[in-house]
Design a protein around this ligand. Structure first.
Ligand SMILES: NC(=O)c1ccc[n+]([C@@H]2O[C@H](COP(=O)([O-])OP(=O)(O)OC[C@H]3O[C@@H](n4cnc5c(N)ncnc54)[C@H](O)[C@@H]3O)[C@@H](O)[C@H]2O)c1
Length: 257
């Protein structure tokens, strides 16, 4: 496994032990990184504090990615404690439940704004705030999590698919902007995994079964497998990779019928 020894990272999107962001945090910590973790609201604070108790000297901070003041506070605190930042993992996504249940044509203006703000715009806001800290380190790596629903229609994924399309495009534009500063921006497109966010998509279990039946590896993927790919992109091993959407889905994306 590539090393992250001496590196510092911010991981956004840990809700519980099943979160993809938590698997990445564990793998990054095992690879030697010191981490800042955030939690969204008091509801999740205890979960994140309990989980991060097993990490080496972590910082744990509140962050709602729709709140610019909170974003500013998180990066001030990281700068004070770490004196710079090597990587950011962005694992925040949200759409109101009815948007993932009703027919897509019923998507509301408010639901659309909310989904795109939390799930796509936030990558721009976090990357902008990380920029001066990464410049202190001579570069950095930003990683987000996306899903094939950006490009193909999955029943009930709806506005989240539109948000993921915006997110993947955002990855490419940020990569182009920040490449000259040696800051890389990538996404992992993970296969479906039963997490808190996934449970909001109605009929999610049938998506899992279709992957088991049809993906070239004939199985779904685990959060630890997504995390291993994440460490590659966050580390020196991925130093020439940017503007990429790396598929970690057992090959499902390549299937036709
Ligand atoms: N589970 C899957 O099948 C799957 C597949 C591909 C991609 N993804 C993506 O992986 C990422 C992580 O999701 P997950 O499946 O681990 O589920 P999760 O529910 O564990 O994580 C989603 C996180 O988003 C956070 N979040 C939502 N709104 C927020 C806000 N306003 N401010 C800050 N944080 C906010 C939640 O607190 C939570 O920690 C998401 O981007 C998701 O779309 C998931």
């Amino acid at each position: 496994m590539p090393s992250l020894a001496g590196k510092t990272g911010l991981v956004v999107g840990v809700a519980n032990k099943r979160s993809i962001a938590w698997a990445i945090a564990q793998a990054a910590s095992n690879a030697g990184a010191r981490l800042a973790l955030t939690y969204q609201g008091e509801r999740l604070e205890e979960n994140v504090r309990d989980l991060s108790a097993g990490l080496t000297d972590p910082i744990v901070l509140p962050l709602d990615v729709t709140d610019d003041a909170q974003i500013a506070r998180v990066f001030e605190e990281i700068d004070r404690s770490f004196g710079g930042l090597d990587f950011v993992v962005h694992g925040a996504a949200y759409a109101p439940r009815e948007e993932l249940t009703n027919p897509f044509v019923q998507t509301t203006r408010d639901g659309f704004k909310m989904a795109l703000d939390v799930s796509a715009y936030s990558l721009i806001a976090l990357t902008r705030a990380a920029l001066p800290l990464m410049e202190k380190k001579g570069g950095g790596s930003v990683l987000t999590l996306t899903y094939l629903g950006s490009d193909r229609v999955f029943q009930n994924y709806n506005v989240m698919g539109v948000a993921k399309a915006a997110l993947e495009s955002t990855v490419r534009y940020l990569a182009a902007d920040l490449g000259p500063k040696n800051i890389r921006v990538n996404a992992i497109s993970a296969g479906p995994i039963k997490t808190l966010a996934a449970s909001g998509v109605s009929g999610f279990s049938s998506i899992l079964q279709i992957y088991r039946d049809r993906a070239p590896l004939r199985r779904t993927v685990e959060t630890a497998e997504v995390a291993d790919a994440a460490i590659f992109l966050l580390s020196e091993a991925g130093r020439a990779v940017t503007a990429e959407v790396l598929m970690v889905d057992g090959g499902y994306h390549a299937t036709g019928m």
